[in-house]
Write a protein that binds this ligand. Structure first.
Ligand code: SAM
Length: 243
């Protein structure tokens, strides 16, 4: 069952999420390089490059403290990061100085230009009205530009900490991206290995525990076993094209 949200209004919802992201920016920064996250970034980039080998102009909505797709950042001419958390953006500026940084609400912001790629990873499940973010994203894309999206569904709620985030059911996820032409669509599972750590280890301690690379392989095997046994995924991913 979906967890209840803490906020009574959309504005309060966003304020609470901003305060949470600011408070955890330093931990997030380290966490982004560890646990299952580098693996999912690599998987997305590998599939993205089949369709768009060189994304030159990119907007990353809800980027957090590092670019959501670091290899894409490395090769982009213009990589624009949008987030409402000044704490996360301050971190990002330190390590990724070429990024153009926009502190704004993902549900309504303006960036000049037409972009090859918009990235929305782990963001829609934090906002009160996800269709408004998709609206903003679609307006940024050049004709035939691509969008990459990833969100947890209700089974991903065990890894959620902030007051208002909740999983996006599979059907809702597909509906959000319904206006685009789907190029790649897959789902994966946050392995028991990581889930167990998330449940047992409080956030400030987690990055240190996630740093063990041998655990990555155990986690991949765990994921493969789970899926082979008919287990249900907890993360949905899409790569799609503006019609
Ligand atoms: C789980 S993090 C995802 C970070 C990153 N995209 C990644 O790939 O890991 C969610 C991010 O969304 C941002 N966010 C949440 N609500 C937002 C809003 N209404 N407008 C802009 N950013 C928002 C948070 O500040 C946070 O940095």
């Amino acid at each position: 069952m979906a967890r209840p949200r803490a906020a009574a209004t959309p504005e309060e919802h966003k304020r609470q999420e901003r305060a949470y992201a600011d408070a955890h920016a330093a931990t997030y920064y380290h966490e982004m390089y560890q646990g299952p996250w580098p693996l999912y970034r690599a998987r997305i980039e590998e599939r993205l490059y089949r369709h768009l080998p060189r994304p030159r102009r990119v907007v990353d909505i809800g980027c957090g403290p590092i670019p959501s797709l670091p290899t894409v950042y490395e090769h982009a001419e213009r990589y624009t990061c949008v987030d409402q958390s000044p704490g996360c953006l301050a971190r990002l500026r330190l390590a990724y100085p070429r990024a153009e940084v926009v502190e704004a609400d993902a549900e309504g912001f303006r960036v000049e230009g037409a972009f090859d790629l918009v990235v929305i990873i782990g963001v829609l499940h934090h906002v009160p009205e996800p269709p408004r973010v998709i609206e903003a994203a679609a307006a940024l894309l050049r004709p035939a530009g691509l969008i990459v999206g990833m969100e947890p569904n209700e089974r991903g709620e065990a890894v959620m900490d902030s007051p208002n985030e909740r999983g996006i059911p599979d059907v809702e996820f597909d509906a959000l991206y319904g206006r685009f032409e789907v190029l790649e669509r897959w789902a994966w599972f946050v392995a028991d290995y990581w889930m167990g750590l998330v449940e047992r280890v409080p956030l400030p301690e987690r990055p240190r525990r996630w740093a063990d690379p041998t655990a990555w392989f155990a986690a991949v095997e765990d994921e493969e076993r789970h899926m082979a046994e008919g287990g249900l995924p907890s993360m949905n991913v899409i790569i799609a094209r503006r019609r």
